[in-house]
Design a binder for this molecule. Structure first.
Ligand SMILES: Cc1cc2nc3c(=O)[nH]c(=O)nc-3n(C[C@H](O)[C@H](O)[C@H](O)COP(=O)(O)O)c2cc1C
Length: 178
């Protein structure tokens, strides 16, 4: 399967980077082809809502990292969203990528799977509720199938995450992909 992983943290060695690494490790061991897009280290301008894409066959008015990545998105069979929780939602870095889906909606809707990996400081069971709702609404809109969620609550830093079973769970989610 062609797997595209989009990460949203500016921490190269943070909590969600570890979740992404582990999921990718499992997926590659299971024979899947993985492409990783670290949004915080790419040039992704915010959507201007100019609708240039509507009259240019999905081509965006911005010429930046999304120009190549949008082709990758179309090809992907599974898209994995990996984000730290920022004010109860995704980070701005990954949200900017998602907003740019707008230009490709017609090409990417339907017949894809998605996965959500997230980490938060807060340990409460409601900590990720808004994030989950946003993710589920996005999948419903795009007609994508959920392939799993891993919500690592109570993990402010990598050292804490490493003491939990979340990294192992991320690995197993990758390994179990079909
Ligand atoms: C700008 C910002 C906003 C945050 N908002 C929340 C939040 O709403 N709830 C929460 O539990 N943790 C919040 N956190 C904590 C991060 O989600 C948490 O530390 C996470 O493990 C960081 O992941 P990373 O190391 O991959 O960047 C926030 C951190 C930052 C920097």
């Amino acid at each position: 399967m062609k797997v595209t992983v989009i990460t949203g943290s500016p921490h190269k060695k943070g909590t969600t980077a570890l979740l992404a690494d582990k999921m990718i490790e499992g997926a590659q061991e299971a024979g899947h082809e993985v492409f990783r897009f670290d949004a915080a280290f790419e040039n992704v301008k915010p959507c201007l809502a100019c609708e240039y894409c509507s009259s240019h066959d999905g081509e965006c008015v911005h010429k930046d990292s999304m120009s190549d990545f949008s082709h990758q998105l179309v090809e992907a069979e599974l898209i994995v969203f990996v984000t730290p929780l920022y004010y109860f939602g995704m980070s701005a870095q990954i949200k900017a990528v998602i907003d740019r889906f707008h230009a490709s909606n017609a090409k990417i809707a339907g017949s894809k799977k998605a996965m959500l990996l997230a980490a938060s400081y807060g340990p409460d069971d409601w900590t990720m509720t808004a994030l989950e709702k946003m993710y589920e609404s996005m999948l419903r809109f795009l007609n994508w199938e959920d392939a799993g969620k891993l919500l690592a609550t109570g993990c402010p830093v990598r050292e804490v995450l490493e003491q939990t079973d979340f990294p192992q769970k991320a690995y197993e989610m990758g390994k179990a992909l079909k």
